[in-house]
Design a protein around this ligand. Structure first.
Ligand code: OGA
Ligand code: MN
Length: 275
């Protein structure tokens, strides 16, 4: 297994691995890379849907996403797609997946199935680097805070996607979600301190209204959105990305209007988060 950086502060590109058969020590090494660097990119993979599911099961189990359309024959696989005639994409803002769950998903294995001729990159930020970049005063201010997360304003019938041309594709619009997590978590495997709030799903600091919370949340988001901390995955046929939702945020670029893009996502089960 050979490892190169994807960008100075986030991600790795891994070669010499066949995801269809990886197991044992190689799989453990790949997990450590994902936990630490936040995202691993693997090229020239030939994963069938069965291989994709088997890899996720070997990794540690599958969480079924409640909202995205599922692959007909394989309900473990969610379709993250945009047709040529749609304008809105899925994930087109900085976020981390499933932070609205009590036990958020560890991450995802995303496989490129249909790509636009150019564009459609996915950007990542390392939330440990984002935390480290805060000044001491801000670190002290957020040390013991918790925040409330929900997806209701995104996926409900009045929510963000319902107002767009993605609305009719989504499932689970009647679901209610909500979870409280520390603003700074310790990564369950690496022990690294990570900023764990995000602009998509975090509503307020516990004990404060949304309005009272916004100045602090905006300050944390602005620190995290530092372009110097970002890396980008440029997809090609055969590219697979595996990311850690605790270690990173991600953002799906929507710069390919008029072309279709379809990704197959399996969401990997996570574990409880603590400060
Ligand atoms: C996701 C997501 C990014 C992309 O699957 O959670 O945000 O580039 N996808 O499709
Ligand atoms: Mn996402």
């Amino acid at each position: 297994m050979q490892v190169e950086k994807l960008a100075p502060h986030v991600g790795v590109e891994v070669t010499g691995i066949d995801l269809a058969s990886i197991a044992g020590a190689d799989l453990e090494a790949l997990k450590d890379l994902v936990f630490g660097a936040g995202v691993a990119v693997l090229r020239d993979q030939t994963l069938t849907p069965e291989d994709h599911i088997a890899l996720a099961e070997r990794w540690g189990g599958i969480d079924i996403n409640n909202y995205f359309p599922l692959q007909d024959e394989y309900p473990e696989i969610a379709i993250v797609g945009k047709r040529a005639d749609q304008e809105t994409n899925i994930g087109g803002g900085w976020h981390t997946d499933h932070s609205y769950d009590q036990v958020p998903a560890m991450g995802s294995i995303l496989v490129a199935r249909t790509l636009p001729p150019s564009g459609g990159d996915t950007m990542f930020i390392h939330m440990g680097e984002a935390y480290d970049s805060l000044d001491d005063e801000t670190k002290a201010e957020i040390e013991d805070l918790a925040a409330f997360h929900t997806a209701d304003h995104i996926y409900s019938p009045e929510g963000v996607y319902a107002q767009t041309d993605q609305g009719s594709e989504l499932r689970g619009q009647a679901l209610k979600t909500g979870a409280t997590h520390p603003v700074v978590i310790r990564h369950p495997r690496t022990g690294r301190r990570l900023l764990y709030v995000n602009p998509a799903f975090t509503i307020n600091i516990v004990g404060r209204t949304r309005e009272e919370s916004l100045p602090l949340l905006q300050k944390l988001y602005a620190a995290a959105m530092n372009p110097d901390l970002q890396g980008r995955v440029q997809w090609r046929d055969g590219t697979v990305a595996i990311w850690d939702n605790r270690t990173t945020w991600h953002f799906a670029c929507n710069d390919y209007q008029g072309y279709a893009r379809e990704m197959h996502r399996i969401t990997l089960s996570g574990e409880a988060l603590a400060a």
